[in-house]
Design a protein around this ligand. Structure first.
Ligand code: CUV
Ligand code: SF4
Length: 636
């Protein structure tokens, strides 16, 4: 029996989303919320993590307490082992996503050096030199290309299996490195740790849940201090280091009078070229003769964040807005690379005149237009894509166009470099604010949307609660869009902050929530924590910091959570991963990791309770550091 659809108000906190959910229903477009309803209730065994399909003696599923005795799979694996194996593979999937993205940037850098990517340049020359020095490459008296070649080689080597530690492990505070050595989790090679996780979880290998989980941590660290960090640093080198700039956000950035192209996915390599092609005078002229006043590039998800951070393009929406953007009826093309792109977008696009264009051979979608993108032919291919969008404009049905809101102003483009520059070249002013208690601590709120929650309710609710408590928030991934729509990414947002934080924001002219980039840019966050710990002569786990992903959904989010924890940053998540079928694994995640890494996970679906718990720990950490915490007592 079909249920009545839930009112749109309950599904998202945003006006633009609600209007488009209603329009989707009217237009007959199925959305993520419809399918979520159809999939509910979920299979209990799967939810608990107690199903195994790792071999063909199975599939097996474990009833938690069959006759008071732990049931076993055909091979004899118990629930703890099965849960740990499933979780390990989940982390490997996430690490693979970020890291294979990082690898694509190395390939572009190498192609630039070899003259195989004529339209790409090395924009971040200063950063190239700095990173080269940091990784031991000779810089003085050498050309940019020579240096870049060596850096590409060093990064490629990090993917292999012959090193004792990844290059950027040198950025990790010494005490932290000692912990990693003690527990044998120093990440050695990015591909190696991922492959080893697949090996360990094959039938008959790592049959000890704790051992598997420690390797999961190592795999995640290979992502954070490896694949993701390479993704971030090389993107900065090729496309420039983000610096603060202004932009706008929500579906209102879609222009009724223009050819709208939305870029979606995670990697800037394609979208940077599409943006450049859309700015070419002959393309604009072509759009004009098609009856549009221009070409508008808008962002979705992290490809959007990448272009927003460096080029200031407007942001149309985050994960749960991606289908709804098409429902405006005013989008000529959605151009995607990979990750977090709902396959349903092909069907949604087919309900309108929208072209859905895939560009990565790693991410093909049946029914999409595919352009096999290569750095060698980037400019011509980007022009082809923009041309397809212009041609689609003629097919737009004015009667079905609805742009549901006015855009909101944001400031974006924070990076560690930008932060340091704003502070006058040293972290000291920031540390002074922490010492005085004006800023009580830091929280990075990261990640996704998930229809298990009212869209963005937790992302925004938590950010507001934390800034009220004088905790400076860094946002990455889909949380940035949520924070922007809530007015938290402009300096005026400091009105919603506590007194101490508001003053700091005012004196630096910064928002209380800093847009720190895309999901791979969480590497900026751990790097910053490492720098702060070094400046204070301590370990990351001693700092008054948190990570949080209230509405996470993806494998990548769990990899991020785990590399943060293994780096000493406690992490709040709104829903647990599929591990709760094992008491051992769950206890380890919530408590046991504290003994190993000095940080662990907090699962809390209610943002107010989460904020209180985060606040209490920040308070305790301040006291341990010898700092006072009057504000903490005031609020609890
Ligand atoms: Ni990774 S943050 S849905 S796109 S992983 Fe994708 Fe960035 Fe979550 Fe959003
Ligand atoms: Fe079943 Fe063991 Fe095979 Fe998993 S590995 S499917 S538990 S027999």
């Amino acid at each position: 029996m079909a249920n009545q659809p839930k009112p749109a108000e309950g599904l998202s906190i945003w006006k633009d989303a609600r209007k488009m959910i209603d329009k989707a229903r009217k237009d007959g477009v199925e959305t993520v919320w419809d399918r979520f309803e159809q999939q509910t209730p979920a299979c209990k065994f799967c939810e608990l993590g107690l199903t195994c399909k790792n071999c063909n003696m199975g599939p097996c599923r474990i009833s938690p307490k069959k006759n008071g005795k732990m049931q076993r799979g055909v091979c004899g694996a118990d629930g703890d082992v099965i849960v740990a194996r499933n979780f390990g593979r989940f982390v490997a999937g996430g690490s693979a996503g970020h890291s294979d993205h990082g690898r694509d940037l190395i390939e572009v850098l190498e192609a630039i050096v070899e003259g195989d990517a004529p339209e790409y340049k090395i924009k971040g020359v200063e950063k190239l030199r700095r990173i080269a020095r940091e990784t031991g490459i000779k810089v003085d008296g050498r050309s940019v290309k020579e240096i870049a070649k060596d850096l590409a080689d060093i990064c490629f080597a990090d993917f292999g299996s012959r090193k004792k530690a990844l290059a950027f492990v040198s950025r990790v505070p010494e005490k932290r490195q000692e912990i990693w050595e003690k527990f044998n989790v120093v990440p050695r090679g990015i591909d190696r740790e991922i492959a080893e996780m697949m090996h360990r979880t094959h039938m008959g290998c790592d049959n000890d849940a704790v051992s598997t989980l420690l390797h999961a941590a190592r795999t995640a660290l290979a992502d954070g201090w490896g694949g993701s960090m390479i993704g971030t640093e090389l993107s900065d080198i090729v496309f420039g280091v983000p610096a603060p700039s202004k932009s706008r956000v929500n579906l209102g950035v879609i222009r009724e009078d223009q050819v709208n192209i939305l870029v979606h996915g995670h990697n800037p390599v394609v979208s940077e070229m599409v943006l450049a092609a859309a700015g070419a005078p002959d393309m604009i002229a072509r759009a004009r003769s098609a009856g549009a006043s221009g070409i508008n590039i808008g962002g979705l998800c992290c490809t959007g964040n990448e272009l927003l951070s460096r080029q200031g393009i407007p942001m149309a929406g985050n994960h749960l807005m991606t289908e709804l953007a098409i429902v405006t009826g005013a989008v000529e093309a959605v151009v995607v690379d990979y990750q977090c792109i709902m396959p349903s977008m092909v069907q949604a696009a087919a309900c309108y005149h929208t072209r859905f264009i895939t560009t990565s051979d790693k991410a093909r979608f049946t029914g999409a237009d595919h352009i096999s993108f290569s750095p060698k032919t980037a400019a011509a291919q980007a022009r082809e894509i923009v041309g397809m969008a212009i041609d689609a404009f003629a097919g737009r049905d004015e009667g079905r166009v609805e742009i549901p809101d006015e855009p909101v102003d944001i400031v974006c483009g924070f990076s560690n470099e930008a932060l340091l520059e704003m502070l006058g070249g040293s972290l000291d002013p920031l540390l002074d604010a922490v010492k005085s208690g004006a800023i009580r601590g830091f929280a990075a709120i990261v990640g996704c949307n998930n229809p298990k929650f009212q869209h963005d309710s937790q992302n925004v609710g938590l950010a507001k609660e934390l800034i009220k408590r004088d905790i400076l928030v860094l946002a990455t991934g889909c949380v940035t869009t949520a924070a922007g729509k809530a007015g938290l990414l402009v300096p005026e947002g400091a009105k919603m902050a506590g007194e101490g934080l508001a003053k700091v924001c005012e004196s630096l002219n910064i928002p209380p929530v800093l847009h720190f980039g895309s999901c791979v840019d969480n590497s900026r966050v751990i790097h910053l924590c490492g720098m702060i710990a070094d400046a204070l002569g301590t370990d990351i786990s001693d700092l008054p910091v948190w990570g949080s992903s209230p509405e996470w959904y993806s494998e990548k989010a769990v990899a991020i959570g785990l590399y943060c924890v293994a780096s000493g940053i406690p992490v709040h998540i709104g829903t647990p991963p599929h591990i709760t079928g094992s008491k051992l694994v769950t206890d380890l995640a919530l408590n046991g990791l504290e003994e190993v890494f000095g940080a662990s996970f907090l699962v809390e679906p209610d943002f107010e309770k989460a904020a209180a718990a985060m606040d209490a720990r920040i308070s305790a950490k301040r006291l341990t550091l010898g700092l006072t915490d009057p504000a903490g007592e005031g609020i609890n």
